[in-house]
Design a protein. Structure first.
Length: 183
């Protein structure tokens, strides 16, 4: 599975480039509408060609980046995938209750984080040591809240709540409780 940081960087470059192209084309188009000394009339064919180009460019960008989302293929085939490890986690009164002190996962294993809230809506996020987020999900009481993830490299991760659940929610951090190791 591709690391989410690589995906974020790639999509930032792609979508920023797309936005810059649109802004430049709109500026060029607007300039030709109002430039002095020339007729400001723009032909319908030119206008619709311009709009068509933007649509083709936008759709192409979405098609190219569709499969870069690391968890997409796993989610599409979720019923056919058996996780290697399942971690049942409960959240109540602004505390994560883990099945063990450390959650140990081997590189290459698929881990299912099944998180249940007994009182409020919380978030469940796994964060790298540099505080960047690997993944997150919302945890709603009375609903199925789980995420399947395959870890491709070793690392140590912290669990944090990523949803506002009152002032105590900011303290919902369990440092270095998920360890991904080489078998």
């Amino acid at each position: 599975m591709v690391d989410s940081q690589i995906v974020l960087t790639g999509q930032t470059i792609a979508y920023s480039s797309y936005a810059v192209v649109i802004i430049l084309l709109m500026g060029w188009f607007g300039y030709h509408l109002v430039r002095p000394g020339k007729s400001s009339k723009v032909s319908h064919a030119f206008f619709y060609t311009f709009v068509g180009f933007l649509v083709v460019l936008g759709v192409s960008l979405h098609i190219v980046t569709y499969n870069t989302i690391p968890w997409a293929s796993m989610d599409m085939n979720r019923d056919d995938i058996k996780p290697d490890k399942v971690f049942n986690i409960t959240v109540e009164d602004h505390q994560f209750i883990l099945p063990s002190e450390k959650l140990i996962i081997n590189v290459g294993e698929k881990a299912l984080f099944d998180v249940s809230s007994l009182d409020l809506t919380y978030g469940f996020g796994l964060f790298r040591t540099d505080n960047s987020m690997l993944f997150q999900m919302q945890v709603v009481p009375g609903h199925r809240n789980d995420i399947l993830w395959q870890f491709d490299k070793p690392g140590v991760y912290s669990i944090r709540s990523t949803e506002y659940s009152g002032p105590k929610g900011a303290q919902m951090i369990l440092k270095d409780v998920v360890e991904v190791t080489i078998p």
